[in-house]
Design a binder for this molecule. Structure first.
Ligand code: ADP
Ligand code: MG
Length: 264
């Protein structure tokens, strides 16, 4: 039964989408069955997985508005090695369409539950705002994975996010937990980075992943080729960092499988 992880942070540009695509590819490379759900109308996770958001027959819009089941919309992102529930700008219309519906916060949860048995991990890429789409993601999720840059205002943003998690626990999903905190675009030569990083560990202890994601140009380039860094340049620092994160996650869950990793 899949573990459902929402990758979220109300701040934009912190590496949510990059983390979704590259973590999904890394988990798939260790033979986990992975579904990536794109819940951002920008469709960056869709494009970054190698699927053209402008030529989708069906998308998350159809799932949220109950015009199709999740199984009917999910496609295999061939270039990336995992399954994808794709999205594009139509998601914004879904948000509007749901406004007056009863149970509007639970549409994604219902859809995900219908395919949950088919996967080991389901990752949800969230938009950078506390919209109905994000609430749908958080109500569907078991846990939240929070990517963050170790910069001056990061801890403030994190406090706001913890507040959101609490509100979600009090309303639509009392079981929501923190999966982990991931330091992205990490630069150990920067003393502020080390400072913020130290404070993070103080507050969140072992919820902070030991794996850190360095700033790496390959991670920024790969999406324009529609593939994760692991396929674009498998020896790049970025690809290796996300493999390390996947390894750490899998070990945390104590669900190591015996089959060898697939060649990439
Ligand atoms: P979000 O989804 O949180 O808005 P993105 O994953 O889209 O953030 O990342 C924002 C920008 O930073 C993108 O252009 C992406 O390619 C780039 N980026 C993300 N992580 C890294 C990294 N570790 N090294 C270099 N560039 C990165
Ligand atoms: Mg994004």
């Amino acid at each position: 039964m899949a573990r459902v992880i929402a990758v979220t942070n109300q701040k934009g540009g912190v590496g949510k989408t990059t983390t979704c695509v590259n973590l999904a590819a890394s988990l798939a490379a260790t033979r986990r069955r992975v579904l990536l759900v794109d819940m951002d109308p920008q469709g960056n996770a869709t494009m970054g997985s190698g699927v053209d958001k402008n030529s989708l027959e069906r998308s998350g819009y159809d799932v949220l508005t109950k015009q199709a089941t999740a199984a009917e919309v999910i496609i295999h992102a061939e270039a990336s090695g995992f399954d994808l529930l794709p999205a594009n700008g139509d998601l914004t219309a879904a948000e509007v369409a749901l406004m007056n519906e009863i149970g509007r916060e639970y549409r994604l949860r219902l859809a995900i539950n219908s395919v949950r048995e088919n996967y080991d991990y389901i990752l949800i890429d969230c938009p950078p705002s506390l919209s109905l789409l994000t609430v749908n993601a958080l109500s569907a999720a078991d846990t939240v994975l929070i990517p963050m840059q170790c910069e001056y205002y990061a801890l403030e943003g994190l406090a706001a996010l913890m507040n959101t998690v609490e509100q979600i626990q009090e309303t639509v999903n009392q079981n929501l937990q923190v999966e982990g905190i991931l330091r992205t675009m990490y630069d150990p030569r920067n003393s502020l980075t080390l400072d913020v990083s130290g404070q993070l560990s103080e507050y969140f202890g072992d919820k902070v992943y030991k794996a850190v994601i360095p700033r790496n140009v390959r991670l920024a380039e790969a999406p324009s080729y529609g593939m994760p860094a692991l396929k674009y340049d498998r020896l790049s620092k970025g690809a290796i960092a996300y493999l390390a994160l996947a390894g750490e996650m899998v070990r945390r869950h104590g669900s190591a499988k015996t089959s060898p990793p697939v060649a990439v």
